[in-house]
Design a protein around this ligand. Structure first.
Ligand code: NAD
Length: 293
């Protein structure tokens, strides 16, 4: 039976570890702040949770924490085993941990996810994986338990690259969609009519069609739940910041990505966006005037 170590049992890691145990795998878990789900054995610390395991999954807040945990566990992980990081982190950190793992004879796969807490709970996540084909094949069986789709994107760091590019598109499209609703409101166009047209025209997108920022319009979304997350504005900001950090490093011209980052920065850090779903950008824009700072 596959022996799994799981480090980081927060909003995402907790249900992911639970699903692995429910599928009959031998899972040991550890988190500095929370307990383990039913069916998962409590690890003593990160080292004991990782020792002798075939795959160690990490689901942690950011690149610094992933680097710190990796530095602790790589020296004691079983040679030939896989360190599978599902956190969303910067490409640089993913590549650095991949190098350190490789030097110690351990495979590394960066596999950030899309699908949020609901997807983690239901086992319907999408994994975007970076690493060798050998390592990808080793972790694929557990992707199939925790998710419904995985894409092998290429070498180490390419999972993170795919994720940040996806979320940069999401951020930019979401703001554009919210702006369109506000413009339509002010011109007297009914929101449902705007949805009926756009969702089947060239303006359609995931955010309009499946995650509509307007309450009562389109499928049920956080807008219908008083903008409780969902995908929070601060997680959107985190991912947009990662995209801009990467864009600076490779000298890529991503002006709309930068504008989206600035807007979410203002919303989360200086206004009342913290703790709200990212689609709360719509009620924010509703209260504003043209060219208001
Ligand atoms: P979270 O903050 O709920 O969970 C992170 C967990 O890591 C916490 O429980 C924390 O106690 C634990 N942790 C921190 N340092 C640790 C250490 N040294 N050892 C052991 N445990 C430690 O975050 P989350 O929402 O579960 O997200 C996890 C990752 O998934 C993040 O990188 C996030 O960007 C990404 N993500 C989240 C979502 C979402 O909707 N929440 C969606 C996609 C991707």
């Amino acid at each position: 039976m596959m022996r799994i170590g799981f480090v980081g049992l927060g909003n995402m890691g907790f249900p992911m570890a639970r699903n692995l145990a429910a599928a009959g795998l031998d899972v040991v878990g550890f988190d500095i702040a929370t307990g383990v789900p039913g069916g998962v054995k409590q690890g003593e610390d990160v080292r004991m949770t990782s020792k002798g395991r075939d795959i160690v999954v990490t689901m942690l807040p950011d690149g610094d924490v992933v680097r710190a945990v990796a530095a602790e566990i790589i020296p004691i992980m079983k040679r030939g085993s896989v360190l599978l990081d599902c956190s969303t982190i910067d490409v640089e950190s993913a590549r650095a941990v991949a190098n350190d793992s490789g030097s110690a004879g351990i495979h590394f796969v960066d596999a950030p996810v899309s699908g949020g807490i609901a997807g983690a709970d239901a086992g319907t996540l999408t994994f975007m994986a970076g690493g060798t084909s050998v390592a990808y094949e080793m972790v694929r069986p557990i992707f199939e338990i925790m998710g419904q789709r995985s894409v092998h994107c290429g070498d180490s760091g390419s999972g993170q690259t795919a994720k940040m590019c996806n979320n940069m598109i999401f951020g930019v499209t979401l703001i554009g969609t919210c702006e369109a609703f506000v413009l339509a409101d002010r011109l007297g166009l009914d929101r449902q009519k705007l949805f009926d047209v756009v969702s089947t025209s060239s303006g359609y997108s995931w955010t309009m069609n499946a995650y509509c920022p307007a309450p009562g319009v389109g499928p049920v979304s956080p807008a219908d739940n008083d903008y409780r997350p969902g995908f929070s504005a601060e997680l959107m900001l985190k991912d947009l910041r990662l995209s801009q950090r990467a864009a600076e490093q490779v000298d890529a011209d991503t002006q709309l990505g930068r504008l989206a980052t600035d807007l979410f920065e203002r919303f989360v850090d200086m206004e009342d966006g913290l703790g709200k779903d990212c689609t709360a950008m719509l009620p924010r824009l509703e209260t504003r005037k043209r060219d208001q700072c």
